[in-house]
Design a binder for this molecule. Structure first.
Ligand code: KIV
Ligand code: ZN
Length: 525
């Protein structure tokens, strides 16, 4: 089967298009929101990873969403940049069209619910009105780009005849990709296979478009369903890094890609993903969002290539293939390598960052990161790649912050009341405060509140370690809530209290951005 697509040309029959929705479906899940700098950093990493389509956001949802889709469209080269829009909303489609306009290659993804449940209770629309919206929405979207994707939301629970009519209408109106989401993660692999086989057999024009799968993980079946969809003829899969997304998440990009690659004997397709960059991208997302994947997470979890039992260790030492179905290196795991010591220079530091996958970092950020590296090398016996990644991601992400951490001195112990002396830079001016509290972290957070008054409530405080050992850097996540808006901040340092201060300040900066950007009409798909 050969398909000609406006952005991909004639598609090789064995080629799977990787549509990444980490910045849209992933980002809209609670606690995973990112600011503009973080989205741009993540988009850069996804482009380097080799995703084919990058769904950058939902431009009508808020001015902030519009701004980030527009910024990604202006700066990220490589993937097709996609903006989401509701099929029924003329303004949605116009706004998406405007946001993606600067991109070299662009796509509008429009969606409307087609299941009886959603049409009756959510949309309160008759099926025939939905069908007309599919015609109008896709016709309108084609005015902005030749690459138009249409999604039948809750498609897996849609009446088959109605689904066929909607898909036929979307194709006639100009959609070039047809996505059938399992929005609520209800389908089994055989349901997914049946739906795509039916559409490809019954719908006139089906041979001209690319079918796409978008599976949610409510029953833990998202990746299995995606593989079933590929077997049934879909050529695009929608997925996210680490499987983040609404509720239980979306199908995990790394799992789909490595299933195809590792089981090429049974799944004779290929993607353009540069698999050694998978781990790096996964870790960047964890640093940005503050959520580590669970240790046993396939491909990117800490234990994914760890062998605990003596029998397994013995086998791996004799021949790794005894217990490893893919090499750790093929997805980016390397032996924890010793970076440079405290005598290393800036040039070596810059080289090391390039080797870790950072492109060009601005001089100011490089200088700040280098200063922090020197400081870390003074305090920590061994600086690992992971330490550097945590430090640089922290620095790169804080470039435009209004509030910056400068220094912290904490006096604590079992006798005296903990006391924190904190220095912050607020809008360019250094300011300091001294505060006490019920513990060193409480004292530090009180000092932050004294320097920058705010009403946000602390909702979560968690500490993890970047590497192993008692001199490991602590990675702290702080969640703040203000008027129902949640933000997470992260900070890393060998000193847990300093990491806590950095995390709090990061969360506060995100809150300031959110205050400025969130429109009252904000919505999510
Ligand atoms: O899960 C879903 O149905 C979606 C659509 C917007 C594609 O995310
Ligand atoms: Zn979804």
């Amino acid at each position: 089967m050969t398909i000609s697509h406006p952005n991909f040309g004639v598609l090789d029959p064995d080629r799977i298009i990787i549509f990444d929705t980490t910045l849209r479906d992933g980002e809209q899940s609670p606690g995973f929101s990112m600011n503009l700098t973080e989205k741009l950093r993540m988009a850069e990493a996804l482009a380097e990873l080799g995703v084919d389509v990058l769904e950058a956001g939902f431009p009508i949802a808020s001015p902030g969403d519009f701004e980030s889709v527009d910024a990604i469209a202006r700066t990220i080269k490589g993937p097709v940049i996609c903006g989401l829009a509701r099929t029924g909303g003329r303004d949605d489609i116009a706004r998406a069209g405007e946001a993606i306009r600067p991109a070299e290659r662009r796509r509008i993804h429009n969606f409307i619910s087609t299941s009886p449940l959603h049409m009756k209770y959510k949309l309160r629309m008759e099926p025939e009105t939905v069908l007309q919206a599919v015609i109008d929405g896709n016709t309108l979207a084609r005015n902005y780009t030749d690459d138009v994707e249409w999604s039948a939301e809750d498609g897996s629970r849609t009446d088959p005849d109605f689904l066929c009519r909607c898909v036929e209408a979307a194709i006639k109106a100009g959609a070039t990709t047809i996505n059938i989401p399992d929005t609520v993660g209800y389908a089994l692999p055989e349901d997914i296979a049946r739906i795509f086989t039916m559409l490809r057999e019954r719908v006139p024009g089906a041979e001209k478009v690319i079918f796409s799968a978008h599976n949610h993980n409510d029953l833990g079946l998202a990746v299995a369903n995606t593989i079933a969809a590929i077997r049934a003829g879909v050529r695009q899969v929608e997925c996210t890094i680490n499987g983040i997304g609404e509720r239980a998440g979306n199908a995990a990009l790394e799992e789909i890609v490595m299933a195809i690659r590792t089981r090429h004997d049974a799944l004779a397709w290929r993607s353009a993903i540069e698999t050694p960059k998978i781990l790096r991208t996964s870790k960047l997302l964890s640093t940005i969002t503050g959520f580590d994947v669970q240790p046993n997470k396939a491909i990117v979890g800490r234990n994914a290539f760890a062998h605990e039992s003596g029998i397994h260790q013995d086998g791996v030492l004799k021949n790794a293939a005894t217990y490893e179905i893919m090499t750790p290196e093929s997805v980016g795991w390397t032996k924890s390598s010793l970076v440079m010591g405290k005598h290393s220079g800036r040039a070596a530091f810059r080289d090391k960052l390039r080797a870790l996958g950072y492109g060009e970092i601005g001089d100011n950020q490089l200088n700040d990161a280098f200063r922090r590296f020197k400081d870390l090398a003074d305090r920590k016996k061994v600086v690992y790649d992971d330490d550097l990644i945590a430090l640089v991601d922290d620095e790169v992400m804080r470039g435009h912050d209004r509030i910056r951490f400068l220094s912290l001195d904490v006096h604590t112990g079992s006798k005296a009341k903990p006391r924190a002396e904190l220095e912050l830079e607020i809008d360019g001016a250094a300011q300091s405060a001294v505060a006490t509290g019920d513990g060193p972290v409480d004292a530090t957070f009180n000092a932050i509140r004294d320097l920058f008054a705010h009403d946000a409530v602390l909702r979560l405080y968690s500490v993890g370690a970047v590497t192993e050992g008692t001199d490991a850097q602590a990675r702290v996540t702080v969640r703040l809530e203000e008027n129902g808006k949640m933000v997470d901040g992260q900070g890393a340092d060998t000193d847990t209290i300093v990491a806590s201060a950095r995390a709090y300040v990061h969360a506060l900066n995100k809150l300031l951005v959110k205050r400025a950007r969130t429109a009252p009409e904000a919505l999510s798909a």
